[in-house]
Design a protein around this ligand. Structure first.
Ligand code: KIV
Length: 278
């Protein structure tokens, strides 16, 4: 395998060539290493970290320190994959200066190649300033979990004319502001396809149908390792939770029965050394 990191131009070129982009989330070294070896194009250190790793009921409590801690671990596990780190809630909404400083911290302290921000017209000044600072930015429209209280729950976005038009306008504005890709979450398939045809940068869909330029899923969802809530758009490519639970029960049974550890898991010591002890 080559040791060439996927770059912004590689991702943009995929749209031109019509080659689908693969993106998955990761939050630690081991998972990142696996995704990197499978040549997944982009890893998102998503603030879904808050739900699937830290046990919060939303992404709102996730901090810059959380993102940096997990971003660093993910970057240590990658050689080829592009790593994108989510900017957490309130790290880019308060002021443009703070947005640039926090985006800079995410790149400097984790080693990631890009950041992702949620929202449209409301955040374009922040996006422009981050891009001006030389930091690649991915946008995120549709169901934006950081605005969950404003959206009133996890619902499909852009179902009526007004909200569908706003999504198209926001996508165009984000592109004008310099994003190199846009995540579309929980958007009707035909609207996502229309946005994909309208804008010049790749769209990466999650619950947005097959007309997007790429797809992203939360790994814990696709592995069947997160059971608190499973959105309709998730396909479980494995059911690891059931397999892991079986392994845990077997371990418990073997430890209780003293059949684990067995001979092959233990280390020996010479009898004469033992004899000299006390
Ligand atoms: O935080 C995350 O994992 C995300 C994906 C759902 C796109 O933003």
């Amino acid at each position: 395998m080559s040791n060439t990191r996927v770059t912004v131009s590689v991702i943009k070129d995929r749209k031109v060539k019509g080659i689908p982009i693969t993106m998955l989330t990761a939050y630690d070294y081991a998972m990142a290493k696996m995704l990197d070896s499978a040549q997944i194009d982009m890893i998102l250190v998503g603030d879904s970290l808050g739900n699937v790793v830290l046990g919060y009921d939303s992404t709102l409590p996730v901090t810059m320190e959380d993102m940096i801690h997990h971003g660093k671990a993910v970057c240590r596990g990658t050689k080829n994959t592009m790593v994108v780190v989510d900017m957490p809630f309130m790290s880019y909404q308060v002021s443009v200066t703070e947005a640039v400083q926090n985006a800079g911290r995410l790149l400097k302290e984790t080693g990631a190649q890009a950041v992702k921000v949620e929202g449209g017209v409301e955040i374009v000044e922040a996006v422009k300033a981050i891009v001006r600072a030389g930091i690649p930015v991915v946008g995120h429209l549709g169901l934006t979990p950081q605005s969950i209280h404003q959206l009133g729950g996890f619902k499909v976005q852009g179902k009526d004319e007004e909200t569908a038009k706003k999504l198209i306008d926001d996508a165009k504005l984000l592109v004008e502001s310099g994003v190199f890709a846009v995540v579309l979450e929980c958007v009707p398939e035909k609207l996502a396809a229309k946005i994909t045809q309208t804008i010049a940068v790749p769209t990466i869909g999650i619950g947005a149908g097959s007309g997007c330029d790429g797809q992203v899923l939360v790994v814990n969802d696709m592995f069947g390792m997160y059971s608190d809530f499973t959105p309709k758009f998730v396909k479980k490519f494995a059911n690891l939770q059931a397999q892991m639970l079986t392994a845990i029960m077997e371990y418990k049974q073997e430890v209780t029965a003293r059949t684990f550890p067995a001979k092959e898991h233990t280390f020996s010591i010479a009898e004469e050394v033992l004899d000299k002890l006390y």
